[in-house]
Design a protein around this ligand. Structure first.
Ligand code: ZN
Length: 106
């Protein structure tokens, strides 16, 4: 069995720029915030939405520094052109902490 590999076909990793530090990073390394419209036309901001949820998105590094800077300077609200509810900010901060808590549960 002969396998032909196309050497010139390099897979491009799509990157997005962090709204805080402006570093381009692969999308999988960033926290995604998307403004979605539900059936009742209410705009809501979803953290790490599934692939069926579309809308204007903002990306932030998975770091406390970048998240806090984005919150402090209201970068998310500016990027998504919508006011950010306080519960979103709390969820955003807890979504950062969650991976660390996994080690605690036995
Ligand atoms: Zn960043």
């Amino acid at each position: 069995m002969v396998q032909k590999h196309k050497q010139n076909h390099t897979k491009k990793v799509s990157t997005r720029q962090c709204i805080s530090c402006r570093t381009p990073l692969p999308r999988t390394n960033l926290i995604r915030l998307t403004k979605v419209s539900n059936s009742s036309q209410t705009k809501l901001v979803v953290i790490n939405p599934n692939k069926y949820q579309f809308g204007r998105s903002a990306y932030i590094c998975n770091s406390t520094e970048c998240i806090n800077k984005a919150i402090k300077e209201k970068k998310i609200a500016k990027m998504l052109r919508t006011p950010i509810d306080n519960s979103i900010i709390i969820n955003l901060q807890s979504s950062l902490i969650t991976p660390l808590l996994k080690e605690v549960s036995a």
